[in-house]
Design a protein. Structure first.
Length: 166
């Protein structure tokens, strides 16, 4: 028999622990969803970055090559000229070399021509030593091949002969 309390024994009052568990489950599901979304976003960013890096590598020399086109045009024009004097040929080569050196300089390339200067092992490679007749000891007497710096970093050392210390 039922007591006269008026309560229905089939309906139990809500348990606060069950309610808290349901809340925590909902928060956990939301955090998992956010984590998956952030992981997917991070993966997409990595893929975009990899694509951007690949494109940068592929077209890194685009400006340089575009700047070289007038030099190519000058060389082709010089080759198209029929038999002419050696002086005209030399002038054309000098003009083309000036164009090429301007493009190189605009892109950070600088020649290392150390004739008469002190030997610098960071920029010069000694190919030999000679008596210092008229030259200070340890100075460059002859340059076999110019060196080159690219944005202040050695690209190729100058090949030189230096004077001996007496």
């Amino acid at each position: 028999m039922q007591e006269a309390t008026g309560e229905n024994p089939a309906v139990t009052p809500p348990n606060p622990l069950v309610a808290e568990l349901e809340t925590l489950k909902a928060e956990l599901a939301q955090l998992r969803e956010e984590s998956l979304r952030e992981r997917a976003e991070l993966d997409n960013q990595r893929k975009r970055l990899a694509r951007d890096i690949e494109m940068a590598r592929k077209f890194a020399n685009e400006r340089l090559l575009g700047d070289l086109l007038p030099v190519v045009d000058s060389l082709e024009a010089g080759l198209a000229v029929k038999a002419d004097t050696a002086q005209h040929l030399r002038e054309g080569m000098e003009l083309t070399l000036r164009q090429l050196m301007k493009v190189a300089g605009d892109n950070g390339l600088v020649a290392v021509d150390p004739a008469g200067k002190p030997f610098n092992p960071e920029h010069h490679q000694a190919m030999g030593m000679v008596d210092g007749d008229g030259h200070e000891p340890g100075h460059v007497v002859q340059v076999y091949q110019k060196g080159w710096l690219l944005n202040d970093r050695l690209l190729r050392p100058a090949l030189v002969t230096i004077s001996k210390h007496d």
